[in-house]
Design a protein around this ligand. Structure first.
Ligand code: CA
Length: 367
């Protein structure tokens, strides 16, 4: 069944629900439309920092038994020695120098100067904080999240053709009563989702959880150092796929926002740790849920048609400080977003909860 609909700016996109040709067209369109010019020379000069930062402090520690569909499906969402070990679920990364940013992606990823940046050693969660972990925090502290206080959150859904023609950003809605524990609004719950990333948390919610454990949120540089894992990172056109061509992360295959083929095994959020870890033994640094950092967003910003979620927030809401989020989400596709790379960045207002944003925590070495 063929269809067409309008995108913001009056561009019409034509596709077919079962049309491989449409997918290929969209990918080619995105590559032509969105990719900055990249030279081979600029690619060659950017190294990715220390590859041996995954250091000896991780010896004899209980590392997560994740990395496959079978393993993530049976994960409880609580790491080994949870609440008995202040570093439960974390690995230690030795400090080092790396190139912060990339010339291989969007303009807003360009390194400042030569990009060389030092990051001191730190511990970091192997996975996104799960619903099980956040639930434990709420049970222990009685914490009420910002979405609950604000009365709702921004939630993604696959729009119909009629919705696409009716308004911009039809895939985003402000859903009254949606919150981390009610992902689709009142009446919805976390049954079967305790091993998924907690979402619809604001930066303050994420910090409250981190502080409860004596931890913090990563800076953008720390996050990117961990995400690159000793490599320079991929270029804009390279979707995360393994050596066999299979998707290596939870992102969007198909035509955004109407057709997600789920080639990677998941439409929407997945449990944490369904895909292979990076070389620092970190899972889902790319895809699944965006991750809060503690840094204010500065520098140029390229808008993209995933759209600014603030556009659907209640009228009259004050606009909060834009913060950096990293890693992309289950919504990043070849034709939209294209931010499933460690250097990619996006902004989100600090107090705006959304269904594609979660976080992980860090604990820095004593200076
Ligand atoms: Ca997916």
């Amino acid at each position: 069944m063929a269809f067409s609909f309008k995108l913001k700016g009056g561009v019409a996109l034509y596709g077919a629900y079962a049309g491989i040709a449409a997918v290929a067209f969209a990918a080619a369109f995105a590559a032509t439309f969105a990719a900055p010019s990249i030279s081979a020379a600029s690619a060659a000069i950017f190294g990715g920092g220390s590859s041996n930062a995954f250091d000896n402090l991780n010896r004899s520690r209980p590392l997560a038994a994740l990395g496959s569909e079978q393993q993530c499906a049976r994960y409880s969402g609580l790491p080994a020695r949870w609440r008995d070990d202040p570093r439960a679920g974390m690995v230690h990364l030795h400090g080092g120098d790396f190139v912060f940013g990339s010339k291989l992606g969007y303009e807003d990823e360009r390194p400042a100067g030569d990009g060389n940046t030092h990051v001191a050693g730190f511990w970091i969660d192997q996975t996104d904080v799960t619903n099980a972990q956040f639930a434990a925090f709420v049970r222990a502290t009685g914490y009420v999240s910002d979405a609950e206080r604000q009365g709702g959150a921004v939630v993604f859904h696959t729009p119909t053709r009629e919705e696409m023609n009716a308004r911009d950003l039809a895939w985003w809605s402000w859903v009254k009563g949606a919150a981390w524990n009610h992902p689709s609004g009142p009446g919805s719950n976390l049954d079967g989702r305790m091993n998924q990333p907690v979402t619809m948390v604001t930066q303050a919610d994420a910090l409250a959880y981190a502080h409860w454990l004596g931890r913090d949120l990563p800076t953008e540089a720390e996050w990117e150092y961990a995400g690159k894992a000793g490599h320079q990172g991929a270029d804009l056109d390279t979707a995360p796929r393994d050596a066999h061509g299979k998707p290596g992360a939870n992102y969007w295959q198909g035509v955004f926002p109407v057709l997600d083929t789920g080639e990677d095994g998941h439409v929407g959020l997945s449990p944490v740790g369904c895909y292979a870890a990076n070389d620092f033994r970190l899972y889902d640094m790319i895809g699944n849920a965006w991750e809060w950092t503690k840094d204010v967003y500065t520098g140029p910003h390229q808008s993209h048609t995933n759209g600014d979620t603030a556009a659907v927030a209640p009228l009259g809401r004050r606009h909060d400080t834009p913060m950096v989020i990293k890693g992309g989400s289950f919504l990043c596709a070849r034709d939209y977003c294209v931010r499933y790379r460690a250097a990619s960045r996006e902004q989100q207002e600090a107090d705006l909860p959304a269904s594609h944003i979660g976080f992980r925590t860090v604990s820095r070495d004593a200076a």
